[in-house]
Design a protein around this ligand. Structure first.
Ligand SMILES: Nc1ncnc2c1ncn2[C@@H]1O[C@H](COP(=O)(O)OP(=O)(O)OP(=O)(O)O)[C@@H](O)[C@H]1O
Length: 671
């Protein structure tokens, strides 16, 4: 017998694939020659066995075959090696199954279904078939050229191979069945097993993933419900079961109107325009959010229990308290019934509710920090962090990294992973910049940028991080003086002093001293000791240049040193214990209210205006009669600020300088 076989296929691709398959199995025993109709087929074919790859090819090529040859048309099956690609397509996707004839296309669909590729919705497509424009994906066993141009994706699952029954027939023909039958069928079964394993692995992975996702959804602290594009519920986690009183087995697969009867709720759930709304369902106060992705028809609803959220916020607050990032004091902790402290508290309460920066001014120990705490405590940011930075306590370099944080490796000793700065940590809350008058010009520039842009850049970092922080600053220094001396930036001053609060010194509210003394005694006392009224009078009489802090320290001292049942004057420490009054460089600022000063300076301004001379500070200084009133340029500046605040002058930069207003003229003529 002539051990010669001719394979005839349609396309060169099929020729290659089938030739390889036959060569692989029979190559050792049979010589195989292959032709593709699309390329070339000899006029005369007279091999012992001719195999056509399909009926179409048979039709075309059979005239070339000699009548003495045996012909066979191969039955073909999927190439299992590539079939798993179909799992890349989502369940329910509509696909065109493309092949060269209707019969082949339908056959391919049939085979795909038989081998379990049931997750897709197939439509046969072949040359001459009307194009279904809405279908964007084509699947084809190596017949890419027949796919319509309207599809976006073509998935080639590889040329279909000759199936086992045809192979056995070929072996039969050459009487090789005994010799090779077992090998072929075991190879063939091996391939099938490989595919089943692949499919099983994939299924297992999908199952694992689903299981994992289910665990995530079930473990979420909120109710989660999802619906698919047909409006049917696909996810219904335990929390939503609790809120709705419905079981997931009942809910899954049902539509929303079948589950929810409340019309307002149903309206919200079915209206894609609304993103979130508040509802009370079965006694639960719930905020429901809708989440929808553009590329998916699924909708997810998150049901947040607002009572729980508030409790969580409280817990978070407790956590913050542990870390110290919290405003510990409220206005109730600020003692004092004197009119001045009452007035300050009243103003502070009004400032608290705004989002604007506040500058707190006052002598050392007057309670500025206490006010900063209270401002945060009474603001909408109460549940957010409150961070205090004391600029006099930290060295410059440390301050910068503390405030803005740094990236890993930005300097020697930088922590691995970098560090978050205080501004970032205070995000959403308040940052209290204490002793702002002590900060260097370099840091002032950085701070100004942060306040202006409301974003920070870490040391060594390139990206900017947006922040949402309210700024409260405090100082016991005269910032205007520092500005005069060029030690404080005027632009930063104005940014910080959008709102301001002045905390009065204790000597201006002596009426508060007894209550403060009683409070500090109560806080510190271990033994039951009396307080000599004469001592109380002495404490009231004293001027307390260190303010409340000094009073508090004194009480602690008295309690510690006194060994008697009554604390008396004899227990008071020596004079050196007490803070001395600061040398007042601000005699003028105190006497700014002095009408005499206002009058004199305003008169000079008027004279300069009348003579069309630029009323600059320098000119005013030169024109003052220093024998009766000697003022420095800085002092003049303060008087001018005061006049401006009263509306008596306008101050402009450059040539126009200071101009007296009609109100200023009226003031001069009335005084
Ligand atoms: N009105 C008040 N009632 C009770 N305690 C007060 C009051 N004012 C201040 N204190 C106490 O006095 C001490 C000093 O207050 P605080 O630190 O707020 O002052 P400060 O003005 O910020 O001082 P510094 O300028 O030195 O930073 C604190 O122990 C504070 O609790």
């Amino acid at each position: 017998m002539n051990n010669h076989l001719t394979l005839i296929t349609g396309t060169p691709e099929t020729k290659l694939a089938l030739h390889e398959q036959l060569e692989d199995i029979l190559g050792e025993f049979i010589r195989i020659t292959s032709y593709a109709v699309d390329e070339y087929v000899p006029e005369q074919l007279n091999d012992h066995l001719i195999i056509f790859s399909s009926y179409l090819v048979e039709e075309e090529a059979s005239p070339n075959v000699s009548p003495s040859s045996t012909c066979m048309t191969a039955r073909r099956t999927m190439n299992y090696q590539h079939i798993d690609r179909l799992f890349e397509l989502e369940k329910g996707t509509s696909v065109l199954c493309v092949n060269d004839t209707r019969q082949m296309a339908e056959e391919t669909i049939d085979t795909l279904k038989k081998i379990g590729m049931n997750h897709l919705s197939y439509s046969p497509y072949y040359p001459g078939k009307k194009i279904e424009r809405n279908i964007e994906t084509a699947v084809t066993p190596g017949e890419i050229t027949f796919a319509p141009s309207s599809v976006k994706t073509i998935m080639d699952i590889g040329v279909r191979l000759i199936d086992i029954t045809t192979l056995i027939e070929v072996l039969d023909h050459f009487e090789l069945k005994q010799q090779l039958g077992g090998t072929i069928s075991s190879r063939y079964t091996g391939k099938i097993i490989e595919l089943s394993k692949k499919l099983a692995d994939m299924n297992r992975q999908t199952e694992l993933l689903n299981h994992h996702l289910q665990q995530v959804v079930d473990g979420v602290n909120d109710g989660v419900m999802a619906i698919d594009r047909h409006g049917k519920v696909t996810v219904f986690n335990p929390f939503i079961q609790e809120y709705s009183g419905l079981s997931s087995t009942h809910a899954i697969g049902r539509t929303l109107p079948q589950l929810f009867k409340d019309t307002k709720l149903l309206q919200f759930l079915t209206n894609p325009q609304e993103e979130g709304k508040y509802f009370t369902i079965n006694g639960y106060n719930l905020m429901i959010y809708r989440v929808q992705w553009e590329e998916s028809d699924n909708v997810i609803f998150i049901f947040k229990n607002t009572d729980e959220t508030i409790n969580m916020e409280k817990a978070a607050r407790k956590q913050l308290l542990k870390t110290g990032y919290i405003a510990k004091h409220s206005f109730d902790h600020i003692l004092g019934t004197s009119p001045s402290i009452q007035q300050t508290k009243k103003i502070a309460r009004q400032l608290a509710s705004t989002e604007l920066p506040v500058l707190i001014q006052g002598e050392s120990g007057t309670g500025k920090e206490l006010f900063a705490h209270a401002l945060h405590h009474h603001s909408a940011r109460v549940y957010e962090p409150f961070l205090a930075v004391n600029f006099s306590a930290l060295p410059e370099d440390l301050l910068e990294s503390e405030l803005f944080g740094y990236e890993e490796g930005s300097f020697t000793g930088a922590k691995k992973g970098g560090k978050k700065g205080l501004f970032e940590q205070a995000d959403g809350g308040t940052i209290f910049l204490d002793e702002i008058g002590d900060i260097s010009l370099k840091l002032q520039a950085r701070l100004l940028r942060v306040i202006q842009e409301m974003e920070i850049r870490k040391i060594g970092g390139t990206k900017t991080i947006p922040i949402n922080v309210r700024i409260i600053a405090a100082t016991n220094k005269h910032l205007l003086d520092l500005i005069d001396k060029g030690e404080f930036r005027e632009d930063l001053y104005h940014r910080l002093k959008v709102l301001f609060l002045t905390v009065p010194p204790l000597r201006e509210r002596k009426a508060d001293i007894p209550a403060l003394v009683r409070q500090f005694l109560q806080e510190n006392q271990i033994r039951d000791q009396q307080f000599d009224p004469a001592l109380m009078n002495e404490l009231i009489r004293y001027d307390w240049y260190g303010n409340i802090r000094e009073l508090k320290n004194t009480i602690s001292y008295l309690i510690t040193v006194s060994e008697h049942p009554v604390i008396t004057m004899a227990d008071l420490p020596g004079e050196e214990f007490f803070q001395k009054p600061k040398v007042q460089s601000h005699s003028v600022s105190e006497s700014v209210m002095d009408e005499r000063l206002n009058h004199t300076v305003l008169n000079v301004v008027k004279d300069l205006n009348d003579s069309f001379t630029n009323a600059s500070r320098k000119k005013i200084y030169e024109n003052l009669d220093h024998s009766t009133l000697s003022l420095s340029e800085q002092q003049i500046r303060r008087v001018l600020d005061n006049l401006k605040a009263r509306g008596y002058v306008t101050i402009k930069r450059g040539r126009s300088g200071t101009q007296i207003t009609p109100e200023g003229l009226a003031f001069l003529s009335n005084s």
